[in-house]
Write a protein that binds this ligand. Structure first.
Ligand code: DGL
Length: 267
């Protein structure tokens, strides 16, 4: 009998869609639930204590309601702070999303990489550890931007955003000492790949050359495929569900539909 238990993706807002998309491409028959803690959004300006308490509790409720076969914390902020707490609390395989510093270091020729995340993520010891392990011979410049999270949310709601606002965000990296040498930027917040084109254009405007952007989405998709190898899926993926902790915003429905999420619910 086909196993119809879903994969459950969790983020504070719409950012986790950048992780869901490559997973959906790799596992097209997987039933999907996308959960956004819209009542707790944004996470990037919250304290470690708040996130460490909030995320495991919410995931516990979501796991009870949807009985997922696997949970993906599709949020760097929640993963770098609360991954251990969630794994200790739940008896479901958990995949986290952490800054893709390793692939960035493998790719950089200038040996100067940028890490663009939320303020909460870029100050985490988890990031110090990734930089020490995988980019010890690189200069790793960090910038936390709550503004870019808001811009990505606005774009997904169909708003037109002034390109100068992306320029201002990237100046936070390029204007640091040595910042002009950056050739690879880690999108260390799942919201940011959703505005990849605008970021790429802003980087080219600033430096007069292209900059590569990397994120964890494709690697996470491969990890999920490996962890679910041998499991069965429905013949046809059922419509995906998006669940919010506050009332769902109808302005998001078209974008969610593009990711296969057609049922909107509130937790
Ligand atoms: N998408 C989230 C991340 O990957 C957090 C955005 C926010 O709520 O500040 O860090």
């Amino acid at each position: 009998m086909a196993d119809d238990r879903p994969l459950l993706f969790f983020d504070s807002g719409v950012g986790g869609l950048s992780v869901l998309a490559p997973t959906r491409a790799l596992l097209p028959r997987a039933p999907l639930v996308y959960a956004a803690d819209s009542a707790g959004f944004p996470y990037g300006i919250r304290s470690e204590g708040e996130i460490a308490a909030r995320v495991p509790a919410l995931l516990g409720r979501l796991a009870e309601r949807y009985r997922p076969r696997l949970i993906v914390i599709a949020c760097n902020t929640a993963s770098t702070i609360a991954l251990g707490h969630v794994r200790a609390a739940l008896d479901v395989p958990i995949v986290g999303t952490v800054p893709a510093i390793k692939p960035a270091a493998e790719r950089s020729r200038s040996r100067t990489i940028g890490v663009l995340g939320t303020e909460a993520t870029v100050r985490q010891p988890y990031v110090d550890d990734l930089a020490a392990r995988f980019a010890a011979d690189c200069t790793v410049l960090r910038h936390g931007s709550a503004e870019l999270v808001q811009l990505a949310e606005a774009c997904l709601r169909g708003a037109a955003v002034d390109p100068a606002r992306f320029d201002a965000v990237l100046a936070g990296l390029f204007d640091q000492p040595g910042g002009k040498d950056i050739d690879v930027i880690v999108n260390a917040c799942t919201h940011f790949p959703l505005v990849a084109d605008a970021l790429g254009a802003a980087a080219t405007r600033a430096l007069g050359r292209t900059v590569a952007f990397v994120d964890g989405g494709p690697g996470i998709a491969r990890r999920i495929a490996a962890l679910t190898e041998g499991q069965t899926w429905p013949d046809l993926a059922p419509p995906g569900t998006a669940v919010f902790t506050a009332a769902p915003d109808p302005a998001l429905a078209p974008a969610l539909g593009r990711f296969g999420l057609t049922a909107l619910e509130q937790l």
